[in-house]
Design a binder for this molecule. Structure first.
Ligand code: PMP
Length: 353
C-alpha cells in the first residue's frame, strides 16, 4: 500500500506519549487515587437504563452545563463542555488559533498546549519561566510585544511544575496579552484561588477544568471551560454536532451532586501532598512547591533517570521528566493513597541510600 503524505507542517510532529507499564504503585498520570462514591455509581446505573439509545443526545447538553454552571455561579451559556479538557483546548485553538496565527506558552508547561496549537496550524512561541518555574513578567512582556499572540496560555497549577499563578500574575498577563488568555485549571481545586472570578463579558479570558482529577472520573473523558457568553457561542459553532454522548452527560450531571465528597477527597490529597513534599525535602531533594495533586522534585546527588529506574525496579511508576527540555533530572510524582505514598517514600529512600 502506498502511504499518502500527511500535511507538510505535521510531518515533523511527535505524538504525545505517557508510557504505561504494569506496576504495583502507579503514580505517573495525576489521576485521583480513589474512584467516585458508591452512591454515584448506583445513581449512574439506574439513569443509564433510561437512555433512549435510538435518539441523539441533547446537543446543547443543557442539564450538564446548568449543573456545572451552578458550581461557578454562572448560567449554562457560559459553560462549554467537551470530551476531556484536551478537547476543550482543541476547540478553543481551532476557533482562535490556526494557520497564520500565533500561540504563546511559558515553558516548561503542559505539553499539549503547544502540541494542539501546532496541529491547528498555528505558530507556537515558547517563552521561558523563571528558574523556580514561576511566570516572569519581563519575559511575558517580551513575548507579547514581539509576537502579539492570538492565544496566550497559563496553566495554574502548572503541570508538571505544580506552581500556582497569583491573581496579580493572571491580571498582569491579561492586561498585556492582545488576544485570548486561556488559564488551564485542570488542577484548580487543589489551589487556593481560581481565575474564574476574573471572567466577565468584556474580558478575553477563559478557564478550563476537568473531571479527570478531583472528580475521580478520568474514565469518563469530560472537561469544560467557563468563559464569556459570546465566546462559548463561537465554540459551539466549531465543535462537532452531538460530540457529547448521553452517558457522559448523565455521568457529569450526577457527579456534581457529590460536591462535598469531592471536596473531602481534595482535602485529603492536599494533606498527603504536604506530607510527601516534607518527606522528600527531608531526603535532601530539591522539591518545588505544589498547589496540585503531584509534586515535582530533583535529586541532588543522583541522576533523575537513575532514580526513576530504581523506583520502577521496586514496582513504583512515577513520571520521568528528566529528559524534557528545561527539566533536567526532574521527576514528578502523583499523590496517591497514604499506603501508595508510603510505598513510594520507602522505595525512594532505598534508591537514594
Ligand atoms: N490540562 C492539564 C494541565 C493536564 O495536566 C491535563 C491532564 N494531564 C489536561 C489538561 C487534560 O485533561 P483531560 O483531557 O483528561 O480533561
Amino acid at each position: 500500500m502506498t502511504r499518502v503524505p500527511v500535511r507538510d507542517d505535521l510531518s515533523a510532529l511527535e505524538g504525545y506519549h505517557s508510557p504505561q507499564v504494569t506496576v504495583d504503585v502507579r503514580l505517573n498520570t495525576n489521576e485521583a487515587p480513589v474512584g467516585p462514591p458508591a452512591a454515584f455509581r448506583d445513581a449512574l446505573s439506574s439513569e443509564m437504563s433510561r437512555i433512549e439509545w435510538n435518539r441523539y443526545p441533547d446537543r446543547a447538553a443543557t442539564a450538564l452545563r446548568t449543573a456545572i454552571g451552578a458550581l461557578h455561579g454562572v448560567g449554562p451559556e457560559q459553560i462549554f463542555v467537551a470530551n476531556g479538557s484536551n478537547e476543550v483546548l482543541q476547540t478553543v485553538l481551532l476557533t482562535f488559533a490556526g494557520p497564520g496565527r500565533t500561540v504563546a506558552t511559558f515553558e516548561p508547561t503542559y505539553q499539549l498546549h503547544g502540541h494542539i496549537a501546532r496541529i491547528t496550524g498555528a505558530t507556537v512561541v515558547e517563552g521561558e519561566r523563571a528558574a523556580d518555574f514561576s511566570i516572569d513578567m519581563n519575559e511575558v512582556r517580551r513575548v507579547v510585544e514581539q509576537s502579539r499572540p492570538h492565544v496566550t496560555f497559563l496553566c495554574s497549577p502548572n503541570n508538571p511544575t505544580g506552581g500556582v499563578d497569583s491573581p496579580s500574575v493572571v491580571r498582569d498577563v491579561l492586561a498585556l496579552s492582545p488576544g485570548l488568555l486561556v488559564v488551564d485549571e485542570a488542577y484548580g481545586q487543589f489551589a487556593d484561588w481560581s481565575a474564574v472570578e476574573l471572567i466577565d463579558e468584556e474580558t478575553p479570558l477563559v478557564v478550563s477544568r476537568t473531571f479527570s482529577k478531583t472528580w475521580s472520573m478520568a474514565a469518563a473523558r469530560l472537561g469544560y471551560l467557563v468563559g464569556p457568553r459570546w465566546l462559548v457561542a463561537e465554540l459551539d459553532k466549531v465543535v462537532l454536532p452531538y460530540h457529547l454522548d448521553a452517558t457522559k452527560q448523565i455521568a457529569g450531571t450526577l457527579a456534581v451532586r457529590f460536591l462535598d465528597e469531592m471536596n473531602e477527597r481534595v482535602r485529603s490529597i492536599v494533606s498527603e501532598r504536604e506530607r510527601v513534599s516534607a518527606a522528600l525535602r527531608a531526603l535532601d531533594l530539591d522539591v518545588f512547591d505544589s498547589g496540585a495533586n503531584f509534586v515535582l522534585f530533583r535529586p541532588r546527588h543522583m541522576g533523575g533517570r537513575a532514580v526513576w529506574q530504581g523506583l520502577l525496579d521496586r514496582s513504583v511508576l512515577i513520571r520521568d521528566c528528566s529528559g524534557w527540555p528545561r527539566l533536567a533530572d526532574c521527576l514528578r510524582v502523583t499523590i496517591g493513597t497514604p499506603a501508595e505514598d508510603d510505598r513510594f517514600l520507602s522505595a525512594i529512600t532505598e534508591v537514594l541510600s
